[in-house]
Design a protein around this ligand. Sequence first.
Ligand code: HEM
Length: 474
Amino acid sequence: QKEALLPSPPRLPFIGNLHQLGSIPHRSLYKLSKQHGPLMLLHLGSVRTLVVSCPKIVEEVIRNNDLVFATRPMSKLMDVLSYDKNDIAFAQYGESWRQRKKIATTHLLSSQKVKSLSFDRVEEVPLLLENVVDAASRGNGVICLTEILNSYVTNVITRMVLGSWISKEKKTILSKLSHDSSPLFYEVSFEDFSPNLKWLDVLSGLDRKIESYKKNWDALFEDIIKNHANESKEENGKNNTYFIGTLLDLQKDSSLGSTITNEHIRGLTMDMIIAGIDTTFATLDWCMTELIRNPEVMKKVKEELRKVAQGEDMISEELLGQLSYMKVFIKEVIRLHPPAPLLLPRESLQECQIQGYNIPKKTRLVINAWAFGRDESYWEAPEQFKPERFFDSTVDYKGKDFYFIPFGVGRRICPGMDFSMAIIEIALANLLHRFDWNLPSGITIEDMDMDEGGGVIAFRKQKLELVPTASMVN
Ligand code: HEM
């Protein structure tokens, strides 16, 4: 049995290697992999966890054992996040999951659907720009761009998922619930190690936290589904373009070949919010941060915009296709700052082999995609911010190039790529076209802290405060 020989850092009794995750797990695991190799076995409490830090091994796993690792681990927390296994992102693999993923990819997140929601994105952009101007006039010229980007992304995504009738208060709750889910993900549940230890979860307050999280979602959805039928009627006959409307229509469609329950609708819409808002917002925030840190890159993005806009005040969605430098810039941002640096965990459904080691059933798999973006065997000078590296290169994040997988890979790959890129590109193009951006006086690029906060989504820890000035558009 070669399995016993899998490289594994020394562990402590009971907690195993948990203490080695640190406050920023992808960075800690990266360091550990330098000592113990690209395939390590960790014990997170009693959970056997394989950590992969090298693209070649992921390629082997996906080519030979994608199906074996197609499920997500279940736990008390996953139960809540998956809406009792009724969603896509956190639910276990099986026929029902496959049908839901198919519904999402064909009816909610397809490129055709993304296009059909253009109006709703474009309407939010002037609001974003107004918010910038408003905040600058209130704050002596300095704005917290992070907060403005957060509310833009929350507005667009809740609008596309639930409809534009959703009130500001509800949007705020949705955004908060979405943020709360990220740190919840790394909470340690003792009951998952052993049912006898449930009392520790009560003591630590975890049970209360989970209960209140679940209650808040339940109450919100109850309200949203109840009011959807009444309030959304007032709209211009296009309710069914919003995800919840599409899903309610599909529920009545007998030709669909699968049943959509109310729980599925809740699970799916909750996913779009949890999986969509924070990832998209974190990416936009990193984009603006890297532009400030790299004035040469900022100059090139703006030059391209000026050429493409030809004196127009706003960049329309039709023009986005011509922004080839901006597109490679975004790729470079997510190479260095993948918003979900460890993707989402998978678990083996049966015994299999990786690199000649026997891997038992129910082993968790964690892929450190953050480490891949820094791998010198694949990227020249990986620490340098250089969008040009993607020129004349076919490397893309669609899951074919194993060393660049910010959206994951294989059966569990993210279905929301086009959806999020459309939101990011239109905002970025207009923010840069309309304003020049500088750090507040007295702050320099060296003062910018590039560390991530903890949690499953890697936000930049420090909020981005900037001074916008109107750009000479013509
Ligand atoms: C920059 C934006 C985004 C990034 C970087 C991102 C990244 C990811 C990653 C890494 C995974 C896990 C993949 C794996 O396990 O291999 C994932 C899954 C998922 N994402 Fe995204 N995502 C983004 C935006 C979105 C958006 C906007 C939506 C929907 C509105 C979405 C919906 C989902 C869903 C439903 C899953 C679960 C897929 C499954 O388990 O089969 N994502 N995403």
